[in-house]
Design a protein around this ligand. Structure first.
Ligand SMILES: Nc1ncnc2c1ncn2[C@@H]1O[C@H](COP(=O)(O)OP(=O)(O)OP(=O)(O)O)[C@@H](O)[C@H]1O
Ligand SMILES: [Mg+2]
Length: 389
């Protein structure tokens, strides 16, 4: 989020928080729903946040969920089985409806729209080593299941981590394409639920259903919010949800013959629960680095290829002067350059192709999102968790 977007987002969240607070005494159910809406809104927006913004907003999301927990706990229990003595925390209002919706035999995965993606490895510039590892460890195993079984290579789960906008989601999509497995994307806002038992139930339904929908890829995006470090969380539903997820993953290994592939992606691997970093859970763990100079040139080419361009665009030089820019940053630069040319065309009334100057101006006006300090953090993480295991 750029500063303007952040300011807008802050005021939207502030308005929702004020609304929720004002409803607490007159309409606790409405207030609880509003607090859930706040956390979902933050989780939905988190993919476009930088790490600092994420930290700040996730704190608000966590506080909102805790506040919702407190309100629901105080709410009168619906008298469903005629048992007024049942503890309020066990059956918060609305729980049964949600659990039934995602219960066994229902359509959790269908709701997530399984899809075989069109993205191919050729659409992804650079990352040759990453592609090579995936082809060797994942794709070949699907092509030769007989051989893979002989060598005990089944059920590979993949953990992708790296700075924002470097191609993690694109790689998951390309895997889906290459092996023709439909993929569902599970984001925190879809599966998190702070009502008692509901998050665990969602996890169980998801894993159960994955077997009946196999072959399938389950792509857990923003994995640090789905399986955060237990030592640093205080929401009770998360403390129960993470062990459930670990249990389900172990169970799936036993029952799965490579037909369900789990892919997790995160920008903040250090915030993921340590047990998830064990190779027993994710046997292929790959750092997705920012694009190097050659890949950046190629990414400029990819994003400009369908646009009206003037001659003489020096892609090589663009790669040199865009150090620290992610693929997503470069996409933004190309869009900005196109806007300059478009405004010129509107003002002058004559067609005006995008020039090298437009692109350089757009580059100068934007900031690279990947810093040296961030890169050091990834390297420290890898030294601690990846190379030794
Ligand atoms: N190596 C690459 N070559 C070409 N395009 C790329 C590459 N990496 C990413 N992109 C493009 O950049 C944009 C962002 O990529 P993607 O969503 O895959 O990144 P991400 O790592 O999942 O980001 P985030 O961490 O924010 O979820 C997409 O439009 C994608 O097509
Ligand atoms: Mg992504």
């Amino acid at each position: 989020m750029n500063p303007d977007e952040e300011r807008r987002f802050v005021s939207e969240i502030q308005a929702l928080v004020e609304e929720a607070m004002s409803m607490e005494s007159s309409d606790p159910h409405g207030a609880a729903t509003k607090y859930l809406e706040i956390s979902r809104k933050i989780l939905d927006g988190s993919s476009s946040m930088n790490p600092d913004q994420k930290k700040k907003f996730m704190k608000i999301a966590d506080t909102s969920l805790n506040r919702r927990d407190e309100i629901t706990r105080k709410m009168p229990v619906p008298n469903r089985a005629g048992d007024d003595r049942q503890p309020a925390a066990k059956v918060p209002a609305g729980q049964s409806q949600k659990i039934e919706k995602y219960g066994p035999g229902t359509e959790f995965i269908v709701d997530l729209h399984p899809e075989i993606y069109e993205t191919t490895f050729d659409d992804i510039a650079g990352l040759d080593e990453v592609k090579d590892t995936i082809i060797r460890q994942v794709i070949k195993a699907r092509e030769r299941p007989d051989l893979a079984r002989k060598y005990g290579i089944t059920g590979r789960n993949i953990f992708l981590f790296g700075p924002p906008g470097t191609g993690k989601t694109s790689i998951a999509q390309a895997i889906s394409h290459e092996i023709s497995y439909p993929m569902v994307t599970v984001t925190p806002s879809y599966i998190l639920d702070n009502r008692f038992g509901a998050f665990e139930k969602n996890i169980r339904s998801l894993f159960e259903e994955s077997l009946t929908h196999a072959p399938i890829i389950i792509f857990f995006d923003e994995f640090e919010s789905l399986a955060p470090r237990r030592s640093s969380i205080n929401s009770s539903y998360m403390k129960r949800g993470v062990p459930e997820m670990l249990r389900q993953m172990t169970d799936l290994r036993k029952r799965n013959d490579g037909q369900v592939i789990l892919i997790a992606a995160t920008n903040n691997p250090w915030d993921v629960d340590e047990a998830m970093l064990n190779p027993e859970r994710f046997d292929t763990r790959i750092f997705i680095p920012p694009p190097d100079q050659k890949s950046r040139s190629e990414i400029f080419r990819i994003f400009l290829k369908d646009l009206e361009l003037s001659d003489g665009i020096d892609y090589e030089e663009l790669g040199v002067i865009s150090e620290g820019f992610s693929a997503a940053d470069i996409k933004y630069v190309c869009r900005t350059a196109a806007e300059y040319a478009f405004s010129r065309a509107v003002d002058s009334g004559v067609a005006s192709p995008i020039s090298d100057v437009d692109i350089r101006k757009a580059l100068e006006s934007s900031h690279p999102s990947i810093t040296d300090a961030q890169m050091r953090k990834y390297h420290d993480f890898m030294e601690k968790y990846i190379q030794k295991t």
